[in-house]
Design a protein around this ligand. Structure first.
Ligand code: PMV
Length: 325
């Protein structure tokens, strides 16, 4: 086997400003719509991958505790297959992962988890870091995970499922205030929820057909560093996605009373002249985009909202980074 065979990679979570909801091809995990996200500096995942010929099967440790290796196996096997086709035979791997995403918070940690896993396995295998198959393979883990491979503002294109950075993390000093409400994993996974919306929501077709215009408006707002327009598009996208979910059968209602209370607080902040804008994913938490100088004030205001359990402030961050080889 070629060297190196061990690598560590770090990746931050990403939050979609223009959402992805629905699959065009479930097998390839290709999205029905493009999406536009912001990768954050924290929280995130740090993962070590060691391909070791002494192992008879894959092993996986998460936050120091032995975990189900079935969660990393599809990715590791796909990397081994890809490496094999490049003449690099790889044995089984040992994976050690540390997650700084608050435990059991229901805040999507899968994106940083899969991005760190692929980046580390890719580097350990000695594969070309620019190979587009890397994003394709990350998508096996979760549809939003490839966006965490790149830093700052990232577009994931629905056509080929490829990713492109549209602004670096340093280009615009924004903040994302992560406002955690109810703890615990979500009841309906994104995968199941997307399938249900596509099959039963009368709004799904218009969600898809009206989506491209939102992508273009948001990208233009980022290029113009226009927070108010970006924020407006961001809220429009999340509300449209949730309307589509709610109109399905059975209805998907991920919000809790604290979600609505935090949204109301964001409206009040805006009435006071603060440029703050919310987005919610397939869960009850509220993520608020704002200028760096407003972040502390917004965070302390949201902390006082009944039902809000924790508030974190994150900055735009880099893409998955390989630390050692
Ligand atoms: O990556 P998944 O399969 O967990 O889907 C993520 C879907 C949303 O978080 C609701 C939206 C998005 O674009 O991240």
């Amino acid at each position: 086997m070629q060297q190196p065979h061990r690598a560590i990679a770090q990746a931050g979570i990403n939050v979609a400003l223009i959402k992805y909801w629905g699959k065009r091809d479930a097998e390839l995990n290709l999205p029905a719509v493009s999406s536009l996200s912001l990768t954050l500096d924290a929280p995130g995942t740090r993962t070590e991958v060691i391909f070791d010929s002494a192992l008879s099967h894959h092993q996986f440790q998460l936050n120091g505790v032995e975990a189900d290796a079935g969660r990393v196996q599809p990715i590791l096997d796909a990397v081994r297959q890809h490496a094999g086709s490049h003449g690099i035979p790889l044995p089984h791997a040992r994976v050690n992962s540390e997650n700084t995403v608050p435990t059991a918070a229901g805040l999507a940690s899968s994106a940083s988890g899969f991005a760190a896993l692929v980046a580390a396995a890719w580097a350990a295998a000695g594969l070309d870091p620019e190979d587009p198959h890397k994003a394709e393979l990350t998508r096996i883990g979760s549809g939003s995970a490839p966006r965490s491979l790149l830093g700052g503002f990232v577009v994931l294109d629905k056509v080929e499922g490829q990713i492109r950075q549209i602004a670096t993390p340093e280009a615009w000093p924004l903040r994302m205030v992560l406002c955690l409400t109810e703890k615990g994993p979500k009841k309906i996974s994104s995968r199941v929820g997307m399938e249900s919306s596509a099959r039963t929501s009368p709004y799904f077709a218009s969600w898809v057909s009206s989506h491209e215009a939102d992508m273009q408006a948001a990208e233009a707002a980022i290029n113009a560093r226009d927070l108010d327009t970006l924020g407006e598009m961001m809220e429009h996208s999340t509300l449209k996605m949730h309307a589509c979910m709610m109109a399905g059968r059975p209805p998907l209602i991920y919000w809790r009373s604290a979600t609505l209370a935090a949204m109301e607080q964001v409206h009040q902040l805006r009435e006071q002249g603060v440029s703050a804008w919310y987005t919610m994913d397939a869960g009850p938490h509220v993520k608020v985009l704002c200028a760096a100088e407003d972040a502390e004030h917004i965070a302390s205001t949201l902390k006082a909202v009944p039902g809000v359990s924790e508030v974190l402030v994150a900055a735009p961050g880099p893409g998955a980074q390989v630390e050692t080889c």
